[in-house]
Design a protein around this ligand. Structure first.
Ligand code: ADP
Length: 316
């Protein structure tokens, strides 16, 4: 996860915008500031477009993975949940829309750029049985810094409509942290099955997470559940769980908010190392207790999706 903590002032932003007019990927139309029309809505005054059912018609379920802030393990969860889902169903896609720190290609061991077809559609890369696309393929880090709402909106639409996703049971989307433009864009762009909110025991009571949840509620995105990451450490000596950051936070939050706790993932150096090496732990050590925790969370998630579908059938 890369952090871009400093906010640039407006003047610097304008200069950077000019500089960024060359794009990292030749087939993509958005990304440069120049291609965003002046009449495009700003994030503060969004003009809601109708959700576009036709953008990815062959995708059954779209799940967003969101968090109130960066560094809580959102991408790690997205990657390992996608892999666990792919063990349960046929086809799973993973879209990294975290413009501010697109780390999923690294975690999935992808080094090449996606190829394009003759009619300029992008072909997702394949890794660990997952179809993958990342906004990081399209933009350099310093460009991402100056992205504004309309650019993010266009890029996300392209990542959906201009990519040959084909038939998927699940498309997992790793969102940028926070409650900003990308969330707004996505929820306006296509019907989402629901959101998974990632938090850590230290952060459970924090306003960030609640804000994320509030955002989903405002956008009518069903919240499928919370995953608490870095919940406990498994002692290598006796396999006992040690709650280094305290325990019970995720459970309490889930009870307070009436949102299911889908899973608790241990903090473990192997999870981090495997991500850095491009072979997620669920692939590298599928039998480990850490991988089991991801698998259980994915099973809970599928259970929630099915429950929501059932409810919809009952209502209609
Ligand atoms: P985010 O997407 O929320 O910014 P990342 O998934 O990029 O977070 O994780 C941030 C860092 O923490 C990465 O180096 C990742 O490998 C590490 N990490 C995430 N979850 C765990 C975990 N459960 N145990 C150990 N390291 C973790």
């Amino acid at each position: 996860m890369k952090f871009f903590g400093k906010k640039k002032d407006e003047e610097q932003l304008d200069q950077d915008k000019e500089k960024s007019k060359t794009i990292a990927h030749p087939e993509l139309k958005v990304i440069s500031g120049s291609s965003v029309s002046k009449s495009t809505p700003t994030p503060k005054q969004p003009i809601p477009e109708p959700a576009d059912e036709e953008l990815i018609p062959q995708v059954d379920n779209v799940i967003i993975v969101a968090s109130g802030k960066g560094g809580v393990g959102k991408s790690t969860i997205a990657v390992n949940i996608a892999i666990a889902l792919s063990e349960m169903c046929d086809k799973v896609g993973l879209l990294d829309s975290d413009v501010y720190g697109p780390s999923i290609p690294t975690m999935m061991g992808i080094k090449e750029q996606p190829k394009t077809t003759e009619n300029k559609k992008l072909i997702p890369l394949q890794s660990h049985n997952i179809s993958l696309m990342s906004i990081g393929f399209m933009v350099s880090e310093d460009q991402a810094l100056i992205w504004r709402g309309p650019m993010i909106h266009s890029a996300i639409r392209q990542m959906l409509g201009d990519v040959i996703w084909g038939e998927l049971d699940y498309l997992v989307i790793d969102m940028p942290p926070g409650t900003g433009d990308a969330q707004l864009s996505l929820s306006q762009t296509l019907p989402l099955t629901g959101a998974v909110i990632v938090t850590t025991p230290q952060d459970v009571a924090l306003v960030d997470v609640r804000r994320s949840i509030g955002m989903c509620n405002r956008m009518n995105v069903p919240i499928l559940g919370i995953i608490e990451n870095m919940s406990y450490f498994i002692s290598p000596e006796n396999q006992q769980r040690i709650a280094i950051f305290g325990s019970g936070g995720g459970k309490k939050m889930s009870e307070d908010l009436g949102i299911p706790l889908l899973g608790q993932i241990p903090i473990d150096p192997q999870i981090c190392e495997c991500g850095d090496l491009g072979v997620p732990i669920t692939v590298a050590y599928p039998e480990s207790p850490q991988s089991e925790a991801f698998r259980r969370a994915a099973q809970q998630l599928v259970g929630q999706v099915e429950e929501f579908e059932q409810d919809e059938l009952t209502i209609t």
